[in-house]
Design a protein around this ligand. Sequence first.
Ligand code: AR6
Length: 337
Amino acid sequence: MSAPLLLSNIPTVSDLYKDGQLQPAPTDSADASLPTPSSALNSKVSLIRASITTLATTSIVNAANNSLLGGGGVDGAIHSAAGYSLYEECKTLDGCDTGSAKITSGYALPCNYIIHAVGPVYHRAGRVSADYPAELLRSCYKTSLDLAAEKGGSIAFSCLSTGIYGYPSGEAAEVAGKEVRRWLEEDEKREGGGRLERVVFCCFEMKDVRAYTEWLPKIFPPTAKELPAGKPATEAGPGTGQSSEAVSEDTTTNQPSLKKPKAESEAVDEGWEPIEKPSETISDKTTDISEEGEKVEAPDLAGSDGEKVEKPEPRDVLEEAAVSGKVLPANTLGKDW
Ligand code: AR6
């Protein structure tokens, strides 16, 4: 596994604005509903493209299933990198409801704790009501932040539900970003608040990077001081706010331009065989959370023999690895690369 990525090397939203890797939201979306820019908040939130297994944050958040006993995607990557002891602890947890989360030690990972959050299967929750997927996803982020706050330090989220569970990346980034902002603001107001030093959004696939580079400027807009000289906070020039430009793609390889050192970049890409995309049968029984916070059994929408959840074809080796759960060295949007 590649070297752990320390918090000090993970760029904040504020750093990304200063480096021009994040652009203000374009004027057509920069309406009165944009929240107040806050450099304090922008310095508490990070965006990075990496395998979450390499992050040396206090806690990381796994996209788990109701059994908490491992699976594919990021769950598989975390279990294989953390080691068998993680599985043994997970066996003692008695599973977890959809929309909730449970915490374990980090074992062989560079983080101290792993928070196992169970996000919704998008199309299944959507059959309960149009708002239900977002309600469950928001609840995952809130529960994870509450658990992480008891430990303090920093937390890194994987993009819950946006893989096998089929949640559209843009919608998920909006829910995640808004819930994190709401939680941080509320935490700041409470006695003994400011319990988390940093919240990291850890993306693995370019579709999620694009979603966050679109949504973070709408949720954590830049202050005038965070923009490179000559770019007022209200300016929306050509391409401004277009996520595809904030993280450009290398036209020769169709790989995202991550500004990695060349040697490491080659080491990552060499020897990668195309990996067959697994399709997972969703047969886990969904237990959901009522409006009052009570646990209720959701209707078994999957039917007795479960349902196949389709994913679009992966576009590159990183995405194939994301689907298969293969651990890759860290890539970042970071200022050093
Ligand atoms: N580091 C960071 N993010 C990753 C990594 C990684 N190493 N690998 C994948 N991702 P998914 P879900 C991203 O499918 O949709 C499992 O089988 C990936 O790009 O892992 O919540 C569980 O056991 C995507 O953005 O989780 C459940 O059964 C994100 O992780 C089911 O999948 C989530 O994709 C959960 O599905």
